[in-house]
Every structure is written in C-alpha cells, then in structure tokens.
Design a protein around this ligand. Structure first.
Ligand code: 5GP
Ligand code: ZN
Length: 136
C-alpha cells in the first residue's frame, strides 16, 4: 500500500515527530495552515474513524489530548478536525486528526462558515433522519 502516513509511521520518510506511543504518532503537518499545525495518526492503517479498534481509538485520543496541550500554547485556541471520507475533504485515506492553532487574524471562520447553504429541514425531515440515526 502506498500510504504516506504509513511510511511516516515506519520512519521510511522523515517527519517532525512531536510525541508517540506504541499505537499512535503526532507530527507536524508538512504544509501547515497555521504555525504549529500538527497531525495525530493511528500507527495501524485505518481509513475511517469507525474502522479503528477500541484500543487504538483510546490511544489516538490520548495522544491528541497530550499533543494539544503543547500545540495549544501557540495561540491558546486550537481547531481539532477530522476529514472522515473523501467527500468530507480527506485526501490521505489514513485516519488523522488535525490540530490547527487558530487566531482572530487567520481569516478562517467557525465550522458553520463552511456551509453557506445549509438545508432547510422541516420537523418531519429532522424526525426521519433522527429515526434513521437511532436505528442504525
Ligand atoms: P486531509 O486533507 O487528508 O485531511 O489532510 C492531509 C494532511 O496531510 C494535509 O494537511 C497535508 O498538508 C498533510 N501531508 C500531506 N503529505 C504529507 C507529508 O508527506 N508529511 C507530512 N508531515 N504531512 C503531509
Ligand atoms: Zn496508512
């Protein structure tokens, strides 16, 4: 498999590693959106969050928690983001959490600003979706 993050995990290509455990790795993003933009990945290749084993998931989020205490010192405000699936913006199909320091000058808005045309949903639409989510 030709996965860039698997290569970083195996130390086949270099990365600026911040922290690691047996199951997860935190390193700096090579094309940062802000100073200190970092990524946390599972060491096992999983494509989407729902694929992760319970143990790897717990370890991943613990590494996020430990790394964010470092990254958050940069601006005192950090966006956590996960693209989960190609249409959500995921370019590297290996689970990763973005840690992006935010500031009032970065011209990026809150997540709501990504959706200029949110759907107008009736109570019935919402109820239908709710029942589908609850069932599955
Ligand atoms: P995605 O769009 O899949 O959520 O994010 C992938 C991220 O991986 C991007 O922010 C991109 O800058 C970063 N990235 C891509 N290739 C490399 C690389 O070779 N090394 C590192 N450190 N980051 C990378
Ligand atoms: Zn991978």
């Amino acid at each position: 498999m030709n996965c860039i993050f698997c290569k970083i995990v195996k130390k086949e290509i270099p990365a600026k590693i911040i922290f690691e455990t047996e199951k997860s790795l935190a390193f700096m993003d090579a094309f940062p959106l802000a100073k200190g933009h970092s990524l946390v990945v599972t060491k096992t290749h999983y494509e989407k969050v729902q694929d992760i084993s319970k143990e790897d998931n717990a370890d991943l989020f613990e590494t996020v928690r430990r790394t964010i205490s470092k990254v958050d010192k940069i601006t005192d405000a950090t966006l956590l983001a996960v693209h989960n699936g190609k249409q959500s913006g995921q370019e590297v199909p290996h689970v990763h959490v973005h840690l992006i320091p935010r500031s009032s000058e970065d011209s990026a808005g809150p997540v709501h600003s990504m959706f200029p045309n949110p759907p107008q949903l009736s109570d019935k639409d919402i109820q239908t979706i709710y029942e589908k989510l609850k069932e599955s």
